[in-house]
Design a protein around this ligand. Structure first.
Ligand SMILES: C[S@@+](CC[C@H](N)C(=O)[O-])C[C@H]1O[C@@H](n2cnc3c(N)ncnc32)[C@H](O)[C@@H]1O
Length: 209
């Protein structure tokens, strides 16, 4: 938890309580349904919470904005971001029912009223969003295909509406068709090592009316 405060020192008491409680909830749920690997659960704050919050160093979400987390798994990056931006609406989607069950329970346990969950493939999700966030789900071409038409036209954020994706490795081949993609290195914002996933890719997408 100290790790979160090191980079996000202005958290309210309520946000701090939620971030603290999150560990207990995940440890409990992980005994029943394995959503976070055993090694990772001991490093929950570094590998999952702080890592997810890396997106917030690139873009602060506005109150009322709508964010879609595709392939959220156990709730990453969506749950930590929903604690950090309580006035922003998060829709967390995963195609595996038992993972969404854990996310629902965690969101309820933390009383995160800004989180909605759906057990479905993202291709089936209707509606439009300011940003689509994700980590470790699919290569960019597949991801762009799945999320086509889901970006809202009106933008009032610093970055253009689009995808914010936590990624690692050499992305040159994967991003070769996306000239407008910009890569941010998490090492510019954090001293900690995020293992293989050290980048946030911002891909602005063409607006749809
Ligand atoms: C490797 S896990 C990553 C989970 C989480 N984002 C994280 O980083 O901890 C990938 C997740 O994407 C989900 N997924 C894959 N394709 C999907 C699709 N088309 N729609 C929704 N979820 C999908 C899988 O069910 C799985 O839970």
């Amino acid at each position: 938890m100290e790790l979160i405060l090191k980079y996000f020192p202005d958290l309210s008491e309520d946000q701090q309580t939620k971030f603290r409680k999150l560990e207990e909830l995940y440890k409990d749920w992980n005994l029943k349904i394995n959503v976070v690997s055993r090694k990772d659960i001991d490093e929950l704050y570094l590998r999952h919470v702080l890592h997810s919050l890396g997106i917030a160093k690139i873009q602060q979400f506005n109150p009322g904005a709508k964010i879609l987390d595709v392939g959220t798994g156990g709730g990453f990056p969506g749950i930590p971001l929903a604690i950090l931006f309580p006035e922003t609406k998060f829709h967390l989607v995963d195609s595996i029912g038992k993972k969404i069950k854990v996310v629902e329970e965690v969101a309820e346990g933390l009383q995160l009223h800004n989180v909605k969950t759906t057990n479905a493939r993202v291709e089936e999700i209707k509606g439009q969003f300011d940003f689509i966030v994700s980590r470790a789900v699919a290569a960019m071409p597949t991801f762009v295909h799945w999320t086509k038409g889901k970006i809202a036209k009106k933008s009032n954020h610093e970055l253009k509406n689009g995808i914010l994706y936590l990624k690692g490795g050499d992305l040159s081949e994967e991003l070769q068709d996306y000239k407008t993609a910009k890569i941010y290195n998490l090492t510019d914002y954090f001293e900690e090592d995020f293992y293989e996933t050290k980048k946030v890719v911002h891909l602005p997408l063409k607006y749809k009316g």
